[in-house]
Design a protein around this ligand. Structure first.
Ligand code: DQA
Length: 142
């Protein structure tokens, strides 16, 4: 099975940005943590990151052409206003799980709304890096 994990803007700044909210682990160690979980399993995990909306849409479309089985996406702040990413998730018709490291329900008002989640089969938040693992598990169970 092939799973693609897509991380949006500022997630490459993990370990630097707002550590009280996002933790001390840097981006590469979070990626390593997820990949190591599946080292000995028959599943291929790719992780991509971009700060730009168009690139994220290109990643989603590439998942279609590469016949990816499931997508995990943390669209960062695009979560709260990108109808283009909502459309792209719908367009590729690949089961997608939305993940947020922080508890978006207990922060600023604008974070409570996700315009991308309705295109996804599930949304996981507030569980830190383990949220990504939970999302992969959910996709593999299908
Ligand atoms: C985030 C939550 C978003 O509101 C924020 O803009 C991010 C990270 C999270 O993983 O908790 O960049 O998606």
């Amino acid at each position: 099975k092939k799973i693609l994990i897509i991380n949006g803007p500022n997630l490459n700044f993990l370990g630097i940005r707002e550590k009280g909210i996002y933790g001390n682990d840097d981006y590469n160690s979070v990626c390593k943590y997820i990949k190591e979980k599946y080292e000995n399993e028959d599943v291929k995990i790719d992780i991509l990151q971009s700060n730009s909306e168009g690139k994220i849409i290109d990643f989603l479309q590439s998942a279609y052409f590469n016949e990816v089985d499931g997508i995990v996406i943390n669209p960062g702040a695009y979560t709260h206003y990108s109808y283009a990413i909502f459309d792209a998730i719908k367009s590729v018709s690949i089961p997608t799980v939305e993940v947020h490291l922080s508890n978006i329900d207990e922060r600023e008002e604008f974070r409570k709304i996700s315009v991308t989640a309705p295109a996804c089969i599930a949304q996981i938040y507030g569980k830190g890096k383990d949220g990504y693992v939970e999302a992969v598990e959910l996709l593999l169970e299908r």
